[in-house]
Design a protein around this ligand. Structure first.
Ligand SMILES: Cc1cc2nc3c(=O)[nH]c(=O)nc-3n(C[C@H](O)[C@H](O)[C@H](O)COP(=O)(O)OP(=O)(O)OC[C@H]3O[C@@H](n4cnc5c(N)ncnc54)[C@H](O)[C@@H]3O)c2cc1C
Length: 477
């Protein structure tokens, strides 16, 4: 049976290891970080040392596509994820009742360490899969064929040979340099700024609190001018709050101060139903993530894959604005594509060609959808979309269709299916029925709070806490 070397044991690497192992292949996963074996979900969240994943403690939505793939293809993993603490959650809007409810719109809620720990435990017991706790430092060319790899080299200098290599090292991947190092042409890359900085924090509900979900799919959320926020219930009585803010507003830097973060968070519409001090308490510091970009890489050159036994999956292939919560679902979808490409027969080279053709289109569509929506959101936040927009454009989608989703169950269903990776991400822009229904709803400014109001809250909080700090220092002196 063919042997596979998987570089990177994050979500994409683990998902591929699982599908390959279940299909009888011999798989070695190279992952430098130690697993969370033996930790409880709470300990994994606080104590798991994962230096290669900067986003480990950022909120991670597990979209409905993940549950759908597990239910349809891997019931054992589906059960393990639930046993590990993830909550199965129907993404319905309470006001709509059961009207047009879609049974596929069911995802998981939980923290990323909880999900990843459950996934890793199942992969570890999958026949044919072994782990090597080491970093890969480069890809090795096959001396007999420049279009093939022989395997990989690790940090200790050990050389490992495989029939195929699967690259899953995430958004900081060194793959482009490795390929160039082999004397290959650098793959083309497109990139667009996400126009957002992420701030987030995790909390735990106090004992006995009845959780009020309000009229939200999973927790209070809104897109305000210059700021978007989402609260999500997560596993073991915890919840997350994510604030995505405009990078061009330097005052938002004060959100790194947890006192300012909490003042701003508590001033947002609907948040106090979870954040009031008598209801919950923080369990972690404020985390932030800057420099976010949408990125897509093309690994086909002159009509054929760059190498005939290299698969590239997950964030190192393409990634989108994390605010959409797509990365893990996209990774699992690509792992299914890979195994389907192998199952179609013809050997590894044929499978790489098939996979490349499908994954490239898939990646490009999600890149375009994410980048288009980001461009529109940036204009919206800058006040440039006051006039009615043209149906079929991302600008119309952001200003007319998305707000209308809270008023019309049909639009809600279409928008939420796309958000959960169940439908083509670009198709909704030209969906005549959705656009007609959205046009019938008077345009409401769903931003609820103006830019001036939001920046005023940030500034007042920052000043107050700066004065407090100055006072403390003066007293100490
Ligand atoms: C701020 C933020 C928030 C996000 N929120 C969400 C969300 O809500 N929902 C969602 O689905 N996705 C979210 N994502 C995206 C998600 O984290 C990834 O898309 C998803 O985990 C798939 O990534 P991956 O496996 O390709 O990479 P990663 O999860 O980054 O894993 C890469 C792995 O490769 C390993 N590695 C790196 N270099 C080497 C090497 N040289 N040798 C061997 N191993 C190596 C690393 O240790 C790591 O384990 C978010 C991302 C960010 C940045």
């Amino acid at each position: 049976m063919d042997t596979f070397g998987i570089v990177g044991g994050g979500i994409a690497g683990l998902a591929v290891a699982r599908v390959l192992g279940r299909n009888g292949y011999q798989v070695t996963v190279f992952e430098p970080d130690m697993p969370a074996t033996g930790f409880s979900a709470d300990d994994a969240f606080t104590d798991w040392v994962r230096p290669h994943i900067a986003q480990l403690r950022q909120p991670h939505s597990a979209r409905s596509i993940i549950r759908k793939l597990l239910v349809e293809r891997d019931p054992e993993l589906y059960r393990a994820v639930l046993d590990g603490g993830m909550i199965e959650w129907p993404f319905r809007l309470p006001d709509f009742g059961d009207e047009e409810y879609d049974p596929e719109l069911v995802g998981f809620l939980g923290r990323r360490p909880t999900f990843e720990k459950a996934l890793r435990a199942v992969v570890e017991r999958t026949p044919g899969v072994t782990f090597v706790t080491e970093r890969v430092t480069g890809l090795n060319a096959d001396p007999a064929n420049p279009r093939r790899l022989a395997g990989v080299t690790t940090k200790s200098g050990a050389v490992h040979d495989f029939d195929a290599v699967v690259e899953c090292t995430g958004r900081r991947s060194k793959l482009m340099d490795w390929l160039q190092g082999l004397g290959l042409r650098r793959p083309t890359e497109i990139e667009q700024d996400c126009g957002i900085i992420y701030y987030s924090r995790y909390f735990r509900f106090r004992e006995g609190v009845r959780i009020d979900h309000g009229n939200y799919p999973s927790g209070p959320s809104a897109n305000l001018s210059t700021l978007q926020y989402t609260m999500n219930r997560t596993d073991n009585g915890t919840f997350s709050l994510m604030l995505g803010v405009a990078p061009w507003e330097p005052l938002f830097n004060h959100l790194k101060d947890e006192r300012v973060f909490m003042d701003v968070a508590r001033a947002l519409p609907g948040t106090m139903s979870w954040l009031a001090p008598e209801l919950s308490e923080p369990i972690w510091r404020v985390e932030w993530f800057t420099g976010l970009v949408n990125r897509h890489r093309t690994f086909t050159q002159d009509g054929r894959p760059i190498l005939e036994n290299l698969f590239i999956l997950g964030d190192s292939r393409f990634h989108t604005n994390p605010i959409f919560g797509w990365g893990m679902g996209l990774a699992l979808r690509q792992s299914a594509m890979l195994v389907d490409a192998l199952s179609a027969g013809g050997g590894i080279a044929a499978a790489v060609a098939r996979f490349e053709a499908e994954a490239d289109i898939y990646g490009r569509k999600h890149f375009e959808a994410s980048a288009g929506e980001d461009r529109a959101r940036m204009k919206y936040w800058k006040g440039e979309l006051a006039e009615p927009q043209t149906p079929g454009t991302p600008e119309y989608f952001v200003t007319q269709v998305q707000p209308a989703a809270f008023r019309d169950p049909g639009i809600y269903r279409a928008v939420t299916r796309r958000a959960h990776l169940l439908d083509d991400p670009l198709e909704i822009l030209g969906n005549g029925e959705v656009n007609r229904r959205a046009a019938a709803i008077p345009r409401v400014d769903h931003t609820k709070m103006s830019r001036v109001e939001i920046m005023g809250i940030v500034e007042a909080s920052a000043r107050r806490h700066l004065d407090e700090t100055r006072l403390k220092l003066a007293v100490r002196a």
